[in-house]
Design a protein around this ligand. Structure first.
Ligand SMILES: Nc1ncnc2c1ncn2[C@@H]1O[C@H](COP(=O)(O)OP(=O)(O)O)[C@@H](O)[C@H]1O
Ligand SMILES: [Mg+2]
Length: 249
């Protein structure tokens, strides 16, 4: 279970999160919706442990462990995974080398042996096939020259291989055409189940037709202002965020 209590965060003296409280239960898919600038990406970065954010108050607990006291790599080892809104291009780092290093780093933290190359290749091929990621993409440097949709699918591939405990998807739908969206959603849905939980950030309802959430939370001005079931997403689609903008101000 992920528990966020009364989280206050600033960056460069600008207050972004203002007392955010949210619980995501084991196995739950929680959607976060909200207007641009409400702090959704900031929340994802603070959970994953990106530098530069100053936590003024509050806590983030994953299965009772205090994430805020852990380095980003320790959080990853504890099973936190963030699929970025804007995945970076990393020239000079081969995709396969990166995937292998990431998987083995995590296995090491878990006290497991390194994967032998044939086993690694088999796992990557199987996961890549499902996401329609071709060999040519795997042969290139990480994300370099990938289209927006290819970058997003690469994020889902990493997620599939790392089998995280807690997955955060930040606007995975942005830049995806409808076919790519379905492929990405299928990839996510295949990972649902057991204790694994998800925070799916989006500002459109469309993604949630494919990744059907258990709960929907509306963020405005740095906190959760309303929570409900999946029908809340439809209501937002119909009415927009105007109500929440005024409520938050
Ligand atoms: N590095 C930064 N320095 C100053 N302000 C920032 C920085 N990063 C984000 N912000 C501001 O924080 C607010 C929330 O941003 P963000 O978390 O990206 O919102 P969302 O993902 O909901 O669109 C915005 O007003 C944005 O301009
Ligand atoms: Mg964002």
């Amino acid at each position: 279970m992920l528990e966020i209590r009364n989280l206050h965060v600033q960056i460069e003296d600008k207050k972004i999160l203002n007392g955010l409280t949210l619980t995501v239960n084991d196995g739950e898919v929680a959607a976060i919706m909200g207007p641009n600038g409400s702090g959704k990406s900031t929340l994802s970065y603070v959970i994953a442990g990106k530098e530069d954010y100053e936590v003024l108050d509050g806590e983030i607990l994953l299965d009772g462990q205090n994430l805020l006291e852990m380095e980003p790599d320790q959080r990853a080892a504890a099973g936190v995974f963030l699929a970025f809104q804007y995945p970076l291009e990393i020239p000079g780092v081969a995709t396969m080398t990166f995937l292998k290093a990431a998987m083995n780093a995590q296995r090491k933290q878990r006290g497991e042996d390194e994967l032998a190359t044939p086993d690694f290749m088999k796992r990557v091929r199987a996961a890549a096939d499902k996401l329609q990621i071709g060999q040519d993409m795997l042969k290139r440097a990480l994300n370099v020259g990938f289209s927006g949709g290819e970058k997003k699918r690469m994020e889902i591939l990493q997620m599939a291989l790392l089998e995280p405990r807690f997955c955060i998807l930040d606007e995975t739908d942005s830049g995806l055409d409808i076919d790519a969206l379905k492929i990405a959603a299928d990839g996510v849905n295949a990972l649902r189940g057991g204790e694994r939980s998800f925070l799916v950030i989006t500002h459109y309802q469309r993604l949630l037709n494919y990744i059907v959430p258990d709960s929907v939370h509306v963020m405005a001005a740095g906190k959760v202002v309303r929570s409900g079931g999946k029908e809340l997403a439809l209501e937002l689609e119909a009415n927009g965020y105007a109500d929440y903008r005024s409520q938050a101000a």
